[in-house]
Write a protein that binds this ligand. Structure first.
Ligand code: SF4
Length: 551
């Protein structure tokens, strides 16, 4: 089985975390000192006092049904009634008490899961497309590389003491579905003279100052993946800015040194790393085959609804007669009991079935056609909104001001208001299947608005000195190897009017969509002026005395 390996030092590291928590409880360590130890363990404090969130590493978005079951069990026992799927393909559990943190982390490690590196200045969860290994367009399956690199890097102490977070991603084709071209380090699969390898990108990332990555190396053989990652990590460790966290990510080092000097330093470090003779990654491939479950197939009465569901959520794999199924999870939150029912329905299909997607849903793979009706039937019975247009559940929002201390706007509330408004509209939402709508509560981009087709990020507006929440409107991003572009700012809209604006704008777009190859082409042509015109209708925000709902 292709799972990441927990480092041998993990048990000891957990003991040290426990000792720190005990010291803190006795008043022998202050909260900042504890924070410096718990955050690299993926443990973040929530706004509510003595409650914490734990972020669990799932390299390439892969978890086994048993691992997911364990997380759900821990969430039910110690946390809240839901688990959360993140845009970095991880699992999160919330409302953990300080006293339960170590117990949970130890239980996770028994299931082969680590929260180490879930936060702080560390090597974060390594991404791969959720359909890696089953996508007919990919060059080869990159997820085993993401997992093997995870095993290696999380065993190295210097992975926890970097100047800032370090994000790595793999993609299997030029479509860059893993976001290699917007990461600190990105690998895109290539095949040269029959040899597997990667094109390497570096120094990109999202934040207040987002950047697309730079092409670092045109081709490296697959055996060099570890050396390249090690080299870039060393370079960052040695030269990254440790004084100003707002200018610390690798992209700022690229800017500070300049391309030529960055490349020189990289080349020097690469020579040093090569002399160390590290062994290449141990890459174990996934087997994407079907497991024939022992139960009967279900007969469906409402064939039209089944076909609609199939069109919306089911895709053919490159493996003959096998299918993947998107399981929508609104804003990435799924109730423990619903998640458990899902796990139980999946278990008969083996270990290689679940991936967490970057748009915070589940993708189930390796299902024979004969069992599609079983899944349809199961979802119809057990999951709310199982067959509504997928765009509802592809909307991405960061946590926003409700729990994030940096938040300006309540982005998750905005996403819910948008979902509600869309559900009342008569827009042909299935025609917007591929549209990415992303919302961040502030310019920090945790909701990934810079890579949105249509994105929003929060700021404060002012009428007569009174502050009110506003969103900047951005649009037109593309993530694809040869043409990755970030979204461009086109206007602004009050938080109150955002759902109305969005529905107006989507209607306008759909009326014109047939003229354009894609949404970006529309934005570059008429879309910009449409955003300006439609947002302009809402530009007069009433005074506080006239309407408090805006404030
Ligand atoms: S984008 Fe801003 S509000 Fe949203 S989670 Fe990040 S820091 Fe918080």
């Amino acid at each position: 089985m292709c799972k990441y390996k927990l480092p041998e030092s993990l048990a000891n590291d957990i003991d040290e975390l426990e000792a720190s928590i005990n010291k803190y409880k006795k008043g022998e360590m202050n909260s900042d000192e504890l924070k410096a130890r718990r955050v690299p363990f993926g443990v973040y404090e929530q706004r509510e006092s003595d409650t914490y969130m734990i972020r669990i590493r799932c390299a390439a978005g892969f978890v086994t049904p048993e691992q997911l079951e364990k997380v759900i069990e821990l969430s039910s026992q110690y946390c809240m009634d839901k688990i959360h799927l993140t845009t970095r393909q991880e699992l999160q559990i919330h409302y953990v008490k300080l006293d339960d943190i170590v117990t949970i982390i130890r239980e996770l490690s028994k299931a082969g899961l680590a929260s180490r590196g879930g936060g702080g200045n560390t090597i974060r969860n390594i991404l791969a497309p959720e359909d890696a290994g089953i996508n007919p367009e990919e060059r080869f399956d990159v997820s085993p590389y993401a997992i093997a690199l995870t095993s290696r890097l999380i065993a190295e102490n210097d992975s926890w003491t970097l100047p800032r977070k370090f994000k790595i991603a793999f993609s299997g084709s030029d479509k860059d579905k893993g976001y290699a071209t917007i990461s600190d380090l990105g690998f895109i699969a290539q095949i040269k003279a029959g040899q597997k390898g990667f094109r390497v990108y570096a120094a990109g990332g999202l934040g207040t100052k987002s950047r697309t990555s730079n092409l670092l190396l045109d081709f490296i053989p697959e055996k060099e993946v570890y050396n390249i990652a090690k080299t870039l990590k060393n370079l960052f460790w040695k030269h990254g800015n440790r004084k100003n966290k707002y200018a610390a990510r690798l992209r700022f080092l690229w800017e500070k040194l300049g391309e030529k000097e960055f490349r020189n330093k990289f080349a020097e470090e690469y020579e040093t790393v090569k002399k160390e003779n590290y062994s290449p990654l141990e890459v174990n491939s996934f087997s994407n085959t079907s497991i024939e479950a022992t139960f009967q197939t279900v007969k469906i009465e409402d064939k039209r609804d089944f076909e609609l569901w199939r069109k919306r959520f089911v895709n053919s794999q490159k493996q003959r007669d096998l299918y993947s199924i998107n399981i929508p999870v609104e804003l990435g939150f799924i109730k423990n009991e619903k998640a458990l029912e899902l796990v139980n329905s999946i278990k008969p299909f083996g270990n290689n079935v679940i991936r967490i997607t970057k748009d915070q849903n589940f993708l189930i793979r390796n299902i024979s056609e004969r069992y599609l009706t079983n899944f349809y039937d199961f979802l119809k019975t057990n999951q709310e909104n199982f067959n509504r247009p997928f765009i509802y559940d592809k909307i991405i929002s960061c946590t926003g001001a409700s729990t994030c201390q940096l938040g300006i706007c309540f982005s998750r509330g905005a996403a819910k208001a948008i979902i509600h408004k869309l559900s009342e509209s008569n827009i042909a939402l299935d025609n917007l299947y591929n549209l990415k709508i992303n919302i961040s509560g502030c310019p920090n981009a945790c909701g990934q608005h810079p890579v949105a087709d249509l994105g929003f990020f929060g700021k404060a507006g002012r009428v007569d000195g009174k502050l009110y929440p506003v969103y900047n409107i951005v649009a037109g991003a593309v993530v694809s190897e040869s043409e990755t572009r970030l979204a461009e700012k086109l206007g602004e809209i009050s938080a109150r009017d955002l759902p109305e604006f969005l529905t107006d704008f989507l209607k306008t777009y759909l009326d014109k969509a047939a003229k354009y190859k894609n949404f970006r082409e529309y934005i570059l042509s008429e879309g910009k002026s449409d955003v300006e015109f439609i947002s302009g209708k809402y530009k007069n925000v009433p005074h506080f005395k006239e309407d408090k709902n805006y404030y």
